[in-house]
Write a protein that binds this ligand. Structure first.
Ligand code: ADP
Ligand code: MG
Length: 314
């Protein structure tokens, strides 16, 4: 199977074309008509076998994780996702693998009504990169740099489950609780709808890909503020607390891959927002103060304070 047949058979019709798509896969470029009054919001995420996903990893999950991780960056800016491109490097064109991969991409693409509009396909060690595009009303994107002293710090959903799942990847017959944690790793749910709801209220946001403490540090640094977090308030799944009672808090503070949103907004905005049903996705975990860095209060011991977060090249 050649490159063109591979694209035609597996990648040519994935997702939901939107009104702004004038020309998709098949020419030298895709053509997209920007909606008036919006800015293009774009982000690229790369994944390499053995670094970001295990060897012999399911192609369905790989596609879902790669696309979801990229979409999570759009969620953090408050953007509406629109389309994406894909760079795929494969050791060989295995039809069974490609079918699974296309199925995973299609599932996430349909869930968020986005479309694969182009890419590049090469031979080599397994790796991929997804570039996502979305639209945000001009000048309204939520940045990391907008936090202000007095803001409430909020986090969506719950933390630590994806890190716990790393301990369970080799489990052959997972229990219901184990399967719940594994699902959080294999099939992350980027908070796209929530990001758009938050856009008018939030001062700052980031998606938690490296771990709560590390990503809170990014807001603190970009905003030149201190984030003070309360360890007792960090939301964690029942399954996580039950299966990893001693490690749970460390996983929630320092584990990556949860793709939840960390947000700051004025206390007044938080009071208003609590009337809306979507605010139930959020938990207040701290506040922004004058200063720098991230301080964790009420942790069982001081070991939890240290900043981890995965960094390449250190
Ligand atoms: P060119 O050589 O002009 O860059 P290619 O031969 O690489 O074009 O690709 C042909 C068409 O297939 C283009 O529209 C390109 O965007 C699309 N394409 C190639 N690889 C992928 C991929 N992995 N996913 C989606 N579209 C792809
Ligand atoms: Mg060309």
């Amino acid at each position: 199977m050649g490159e063109f047949e591979l694209i035609r058979r597996f990648l040519a019709q994935i997702g939901v074309p939107s009104d702004d798509l004038a020309l998709g896969i098949g020419d030298d470029c895709a053509l997209i008509t920007p909606p008036a009054g919006f800015q293009l919001c774009c982000s690229l995420d790369a994944m390499v076998e053995g670094v970001h996903f295990p060897q012999h990893y399911s192609p369905v999950y790989l596609a879902q994780r790669a696309l979801s991780a990229a979409l999570s960056d759009l969620a953090a800016m408050g953007a509406r996702a629109s389309h994406y491109t894909l760079s795929l490097t494969l050791p060989e064109p295995d039809p069974e693998w490609l079918e699974g991969f296309a199925k995973g991409l299609a599932a996430v693409s349909e869930r968020y009504a986005i479309c694969l509009v182009g890419g590049d396909t090469t031979r080599g060690p397994l790796a991929l990169a997804v570039q996502v595009h979305g639209w945000v009303p001009h000048g309204r994107a939520i940045k990391r740099s907008g936090a202000k002293p007095g803001d409430v710090v909020l986090v969506s959903g719950s933390l630590g489950a994806a890190r716990a799942a790393l301990e369970l990847l080799a489990t052959s017959d997972p229990s219901a609780a184990q399967a719940a944690l594994l699902g959080r790793y294999h099939q992350p749910r980027p908070r796209l709808a929530l990001g758009q709801k938050l856009m008018p209220f939030a001062h700052a946001a980031i998606d938690i890909s490296d771990g709560l403490m590390a990503d809170a540090g990014h807001i603190a640094q970009a905003s030149a503020c201190e984030l003070v977090l309360d360890a007792r308030k960090i939301p964690m799944d029942e399954a996580l607390k039950h299966l990893f009672p001693r490690a749970a808090l460390g996983f929630a503070l320092h584990g990556g891959d949860d793709y939840e949103l960390l947000v700051t907004m004025p206390g007044q905005a938080w009071s208003e927002v609590q009337d809306q049903d979507w605010s139930a996705q959020l938990t207040a975990i701290g506040e922004v103060r004058a200063g720098q860095g991230v301080r964790l209060q009420h942790a069982p011991n001081t070991n939890y304070q240290e900043q981890a977060g995965y960094q390449h090249f250190v």
